[in-house]
Design a protein around this ligand. Structure first.
Ligand code: PLP
Length: 364
């Protein structure tokens, strides 16, 4: 690893591309000869507006966002979206459905319950969440205002491979932990949201991509800062946006573009995760994958080691070897390795080799 950097497998915020960090560092004190940092610049100035437009344009290009969608930058993390979605779209007397596939999906559901009438479209046994449902096995209603899913379940390491075809019911997806990890057909969705701090940049900015006709249907009698209309009508500049996070988002997107875009990310992610899933599958049960194989995530790999003591030793030795952030989420336990876009093939190769060596040493 160069620059004394560790192998960072944190689930979020997570590692960012080193060239991006270096460029941002270079530009930090005096941005493009302007004599000030981006962090000191007015959000109403022409240079900042061009930073914001650049980030929007890159997202549009990299995700092939159609013209009938609006891209918004909002603060409050993905968690605020759990509230904004029902506040904007759930009308009194109407319903919405939620696919409960993990902890974040549950959180979204709980927040929506505070605001309206919501139902489960699916629910794995609490705490197990080892797979996502088949898209045609979801139990939602044609009269629902929307169906909410979580495209990648960060804690349990499961990911939808195919999305439900919901016809007239808008499909809303929390893509916080897999946006831009692969090409996407945006037209399947009414709204997509993602906290930036995994694949897109630093925390502080949340990307919302919303179909314009849905935006037109949003409730208008709600507080300005919680209304999608406000962000759309003011180009995400109603109040001071998280300027530095938006700038860094643009830099990360430029890096993705330079690497070859979403297709290239998907190819690399598949190669990276195969190294670790293969180490699990070839371990004769020493490493026990948590997700069912056809629901396995390309972003968060979760597994257990049978004996608790051996698992503790694994986590300890991994950290000593420079692999950071691999303890499972406190709700799930075990091991979780997050392999977001900026995690290199080399890091995954080193970790997979570490797993193989560890098993040789401890497998009885
Ligand atoms: N949704 C998913 C899928 C997540 O992984 C996370 C955080 O890890 C969140 C929502 C919460 O995001 P935030 O901390 O931006 O509110």
């Amino acid at each position: 690893q160069s620059q004394g950097r560790v192998y960072n497998f944190n689930a979020g915020p997570s590692t960012l591309p080193l060239p991006v960090l270096q460029k941002v560092q270079e530009e930090f004190v005096n941005f493009k000869g302007m004599g000030m940092s981006v962090i000191e610049m007015s959000h109403r100035s022409a240079p900042f507006e061009s930073i914001l437009e650049n980030a929007k344009a890159l997202l549009k290009e990299l995700l092939a966002i159609p013209d009938d969608y609006e891209t918004l930058f909002i603060q409050g993390g993905a968690s605020l979206q759990f509230t904004m979605i029902p506040m904007n779209f759930l009308q009194p007397g109407k319903t919405a459905s939620y696919a409960l596939t993990g902890q974040w999906a549950e959180r979204a559901y709980v927040e929506a319950q505070l605001l309206g009438d919501v139902n489960y479209a699916s629910c794995a046994r609490k705490g197990s969440y080892s797979r996502v449902p088949a898209p045609d096995q979801l139990n939602y209603r044609a009269s629902d205002e929307y169906l909410h899913i979580t495209s990648n379940n960060t804690i349990y390491g499961t990911q939808w491979k195919e999305f439900p075809q919901t016809g007239n019911v808008p499909l809303i997806a929390d893509m916080s932990s897999d946006i831009l990890s692969q090409p996407l057909d945006i037209s399947q969705f009414g709204l997509i949201y993602a906290g930036a701090q995994k694949n897109l940049g630093p925390s502080g900015v949340t990307v919302v991509i919303i179909r314009k006709d849905l935006l037109q249907q949003a409730n208008s009698n709600i507080p300005s800062m919680l209304s999608y209309r406000t962000y759309a009508e003011h180009n995400s500049l109603f109040n001071t946006p998280p300027t530095f996070a938006v700038y860094m988002l643009g830099e990360v997107l430029q890096w993705v573009k330079d690497q070859g875009g979403a297709h290239e990310m998907a190819k690399r992610n598949e190669q990276k995760t195969a190294l670790i899933y293969d180490a699990i599958d070839q371990s004769e049960g020493f490493f026990q994958g948590r997700a069912e194989p056809n629901s396995r995530s390309q972003m968060n790999i979760t597994f257990n080691i049978e004996y608790e003591q051996t698992q503790k030793t694994f986590l300890l030795e991994a950290e000593q070897a420079g692999f950071i952030g691999i303890a499972g989420h406190r709700l799930a336990g075990g091991v979780r390795v997050s392999t977001y876009n900026a995690v290199s093939y080399e890091a995954c190769q080193a970790f997979s080799q570490f797993m193989i060596d560890f098993r040789r040493k401890y497998h009885r």
